[in-house]
Design a protein around this ligand. Structure first.
Ligand SMILES: NC(=O)c1ccc[n+]([C@@H]2O[C@H](COP(=O)([O-])OP(=O)(O)OC[C@H]3O[C@@H](n4cnc5c(N)ncnc54)[C@H](O)[C@@H]3O)[C@@H](O)[C@H]2O)c1
Length: 264
């Protein structure tokens, strides 16, 4: 560092080792986020309701030289959340980075969305992140430092036909983010949300195959300033930035990572 406080060396992400939990990390965005955080030097709890996929991702991270443990965790079940977080804590110590990524994306005509489906979507997409935060915020308060990133959806900003329940759950996640930022700022904990638009993942391909995306995955390219479909690594890069030490003054924010599509 020179006399002006500038350094020619890249700043490390953290001034000490950090333990991260990524939910729904067996596939798509979650897997890319887990890989990226491990590459940054975090020890990562790769959690998913599907333990086989989580095990594969954790093994891939280990093979690449990173620290990871696969843990079965259903975010729709508070007992499973508590047990899963304990497993990660036991392996790697207090959890000070949480990425609430797990989500389900059912689609149906409004009048055909029954109460059971609505409740399941809310349980996984909104109550899950809420209870994951409750499970790890004590660790963050203890450390005087924490980072929470909630993966919401551009559907929450624009609305989404045939996905009223999903969009409502993700809108709740944006409100949860802003409220927690107010609650937790003084504890050194930041809380932000990334609402992806179209990102090429297994769930997006499944939606396209089911005919849910109109003309398909590539239909938005002409109206996307960056002229391409989003990739999981685009979201992972934004998460990696938000959880760094130096992102300490960014909280309560909605960071659109969508190739520049205007969201109203
Ligand atoms: N792909 C996109 O274009 C896009 C756009 C907007 C928002 N999102 C959001 O990003 C997140 C990840 O989406 P994706 O496209 O990678 O999906 P994906 O289906 O590829 O991966 C989701 C992962 O979550 C896991 N999961 C499902 N239910 C779970 C539960 N109850 N507990 C724990 N894990 C569970 C699945 O097993 C899977 O591994 C979701 O919250 C989704 O709503 C994605």
């Amino acid at each position: 560092m020179d006399s002006t406080g500038h350094s020619a060396q890249p700043t490390p992400a953290w001034d000490r080792p950090r333990t991260a939990v990524v939910t729904g990390a067996g596939s798509g965005l979650g897997a890319a986020i887990a890989h990226r955080l491990a590459a940054e030097g975090a020890r990562v709890g790769v959690t998913d309701v599907d333990i086989e996929s989580a095990t594969t991702v954790a093994a891939d991270i280990a093979e690449a030289g990173g620290g990871a443990i696969a843990v079965e965790m259903d975010v729709g079940d508070q007992g499973s959340i508590k047990a899963g977080m304990s497993d990660v804590r036991e392996a790697f110590g207090p959890i000070t980075i949480l990425v609430n990524n797990a989500g389900i994306t059912p689609s149906a005509k409004f009048l055909e969305i029954d109460g059971e489906t609505f409740d399941r979507v809310m349980a996984v997409n909104l109550r899950g992140p809420f209870q994951c935060c409750q499970a790890v915020v004590p660790d963050m308060i203890g450390a005087g430092w924490g980072r929470i990133v909630n993966i919401s959806s551009s559907s929450a900003q624009t609305g989404n036909a045939r996905m009223a329940h999903y969009a409502a759950s993700k809108g709740g996640l944006i409100s949860l983010t802003r409220s927690l930022a107010l609650d937790l700022g003084r504890k050194g904990i930041t809380v932000n949300t990334i609402p992806p638009g179209f990102v090429e993942t297994p769930s997006l391909h499944a939606a396209a195959e089911a005919g849910e995306l109109g003309e398909g995955i590539h239909q938005h390219i002409p109206t996307t300033p960056m002229r391409r479909v989003g990739q999981p690594e685009d979201i992972a890069a934004a998460v990696a930035f938000l959880v760094r030490d130096e992102a300490d003054y960014i909280t309560g924010q909605v960071l659109g990572v969508n190739g520049g599509r205007t969201i109203v």
